[in-house]
Design a protein around this ligand. Structure first.
Ligand code: TYD
Length: 212
């Protein structure tokens, strides 16, 4: 049985994570690997219920409640889905994971980074990604993309899309700080590059790390 692998995709709003997760998964499947794609918040039944509260701008949430909700989501996701899938030999791609909490709740909201490391360890049960891609682009470009997408769907901005530009700039800097601190795990990719080039780079990096 192939050895499982846990890959996470991180980045600001509109950085193209969701599209790239699907494209990368298709290519890996075509190469004969079993791949599942999941996301946070969400990914489990409990997680989707948490996500609905977490993103709804009409529901007032204290920032501490926001933090604990996303951690509760992660605790369920790891135990119900991520760990069993990797143990079964799958390549699991998660659209967001612990680094999003560091970037959004830490660099964005201002929670202490040491506290977040402890809470992330609890929520994730110590499950760390084998590889993380930060799809990086300037916050204004990402926001513009996600607002255009939102506009097409005629929906209201969610809790985070409605945040000011300086919040999203801090979030971007947060992801880049994580990448600098953990260069062996985290690869930063310029997501303003052509889509196919981003996909190809990701597949190459994953393939290079695969245990045959
Ligand atoms: P989503 O619709 O999945 O957006 P995106 O396509 O940008 O991933 O919304 C997820 C939002 O939740 C996103 O704005 C980031 C936020 N978030 C946090 O603030 N902390 C976290 O730990 C996670 C996982 C997500």
């Amino acid at each position: 049985m192939a050895t499982g692998m846990f890959i996470t995709l991180e980045g600001v709003e509109g950085s193209g994570k969701t599209t790239q997760a699907a494209l990368v998964a298709d290519l890996l499947r075509a190469a004969g690997r079993r791949v599942s794609v999941t996301h946070e918040p969400g990914g489990t039944r409990a997680g989707e219920a948490i996500r609905a509260i977490f993103l709804d701008p009409a529901i007032r949430l204290d920032v501490a409640a926001e933090l604990l909700l996303v951690l509760a989501d992660r605790a369920q996701h790891v135990r119900e889905k991520l760990r069993p899938a990797v143990a079964a030999g799958e390549i699991v791609i998660s659209d967001r994971y612990c680094d999003s909490t560091v970037a959004y709740q830490g660099h964005g909201r201002g929670f202490d980074l040491k506290l977040l490391a402890d809470l992330n360890r609890l929520a994730s049960d110590g499950m760390r990604p084998d590889l993380t891609f930060v799809l990086d682009c300037p916050a204004e470009i990402g926001l513009e993309r996600s607002r255009a997408r939102r506009g097409a769907a005629a929906g209201a901005p969610d809790r985070f899309e409605g945040e000011r530009l300086d919040f999203h700039r801090r979030v971007r800097d947060g992801f880049l700080a994580v990448a600098r601190a953990e260069p062996d795990r985290v690869i930063v990719i310029d997501s303003t590059a052509p889509r196919a080039a981003v996909t190809a780079r990701m597949v190459a990096e994953i393939t290079a790390r695969m245990v045959p």
